[in-house]
Design a protein around this ligand. Structure first.
Ligand SMILES: Nc1ncnc2c1ncn2[C@@H]1O[C@H](COP(=O)(O)OP(=O)(O)OP(=O)(O)O)[C@@H](O)[C@H]1O
Length: 335
């Protein structure tokens, strides 16, 4: 008898990614076996991920390890991280790192925890020379991300949610983006894997948690069960659109930037708004605004400098970047 369908599904998802990692590794002419790490919080998604990695990796000649991070945000979180590490070692993952991090408050606690977590995961991958880090994001996480973007009034790039592959050299992989959370939970259940639910995931003080436990179930009740899948599809379609518009903007940049490094307002005006906003965003980031603190409303403000009748005006943006309209030109400078 084969494995339970949920276990088969998580293993297949991980196997596909491992094949891809192996191909990439071989293409680089590297001869030692690649190491792949599972980023594991101890929640159902990432425990399922770790178990599938532990099962599939040896069959493909891949070394498998794990990393668990203690954000230190609740009492006893260090004990929980230690228990997760014990379970990962019991799955025969090696190496298994437990990393304690300090979470600042910049940009809000959720964003700060995420930034600190990725920095710690990057450091762990560098320490061990890992080829990839697997993350347990599921289709449900993707749907939540799309809904959060919609609620903020975001454009296609934000609505495209999380990519299956991200990070320097594509080191972050999300094998479960096409699987629902229920499948991961079921896989843990039938394999008798313990899971530690992150208290933040059920804390109504967090927007994502409210969305997960109240918002999405209400939407499903109203619109039907297919809503998660539909939102994930929106993410994919938005990604394709955003990629095409980004490519167009990269090309258009050459026609609006003049020799003095300023932007030609008439040429900008002639571009479709979606492309123009992208060109402006690129210019502002190139001048020194951190991408993470630039929101749609900032770019809309810059855009108004172009579409306004008055041939002047100035605004300040994050990263001490100023944008000034001087007649037919737009000057974007830091300082
Ligand atoms: N403390 C942590 N240590 C290691 N990896 C983590 C940690 N927190 C999150 N991750 C990684 O990021 C992914 C997404 O985490 P997030 O908290 O957004 O979702 P989640 O639904 O809570 O996931 P899970 O059920 O695995 O905890 C996790 O599946 C895991 O791969």
């Amino acid at each position: 008898m084969g494995p339970h369908p949920a276990v088969a599904a998580i293993r297949l998802a991980v196997r596909r990614v491992l094949h891809d990692v192996l191909n990439h590794h071989c293409a680089q002419d590297r001869h030692e076996a690649p190491l792949v790490l599972a980023a594991c919080s101890g929640g159902a998604d990432s425990m399922a991920l770790a178990s599938a990695l532990a099962f599939e990796a040896p069959k493909l000649g891949v070394r498998a390890g794990g990393v668990t991070i203690d954000h230190g945000l609740q009492e006893g979180s260090d004990l929980r991280a230690a228990e997760v590490a014990v379970r990962l070692r019991a799955l025969r993952l090696d190496p298994v790192d437990v990393v304690s991090i300090h979470v600042g408050r910049e940009g809000g606690p959720e964003a700060a925890a995420r930034d600190a977590r990725y920095a710690a995961l990057d450091a762990a991958a560098d320490r061990h020379g890992a080829s990839a880090i697997l993350l347990g994001h599921t289709r449900d996480d993707q749907a939540e991300t799309v809904l959060l973007g919609l609620a903020r009034g975001s454009g296609t790039r934000s609505l495209s949610g999380m990519a299956a592959t991200t990070g320097t050299d594509g080191r972050y992989r999300r094998p479960f983006l096409d699987l629902d959370r229920q499948t991961a939970r079921k896989a843990c259940l039938v394999q008798a894997l313990p899971v530690w639910d992150d208290p933040h995931n059920t804390d109504p003080a967090y927007t994502r948690s409210r969305l997960r436990h109240e918002g999405l179930p209400a939407l499903e009740k109203c619109l039907g069960k297919g809503v998660v899948e539909a939102l994930a599809r929106t993410a994919q379609l938005s990604r394709d659109d955003a990629d095409a518009l980004d490519a167009w903007a990269a090309e258009a940049e050459g026609t609006v930037l003049d020799e003095s490094g300023t932007l030609d307002v008439a040429a900008l005006f002639a571009l479709p708004p979606a492309v123009r906003r992208r060109v402006l965003r690129r210019a502002v980031i190139a001048a020194g605004s951190p991408a993470g603190s630039l929101f749609a409303r900032h770019i809309e403000e810059v855009d108004r400098l172009i579409t306004a009748w008055r041939g002047q005006g100035a605004i300040n943006l994050p990263g001490r970047v100023g944008v000034r309209r001087q007649g037919g030109r737009l000057v974007v400078r830091q300082g």
